[in-house]
Design a protein around this ligand. Structure first.
Ligand SMILES: [Zn+2]
Length: 49
């Protein structure tokens, strides 16, 4: 079985800073506050494909 991964992209600058394992059966979009080195601070990161 392949493990799906999703990328978390900064909602401010759009750079993909993190990849996390995707949970199966998940419906809602992930939104987490994480550190973005491009923005130099904590920003909202959204999952992308
Ligand atoms: Zn950023």
């Amino acid at each position: 079985m392949a493990h799906k991964k999703v990328a978390l992209a900064c909602s401010v600058c759009g750079s993909r800073n993190y990849t996390i394992p995707a949970k199966p059966g998940r419906t809602s979009r992930l939104e987490v506050k994480k550190f973005c080195k491009h923005c130099g601070g904590y920003t909202l990161h959204r999952e992308t494909k």
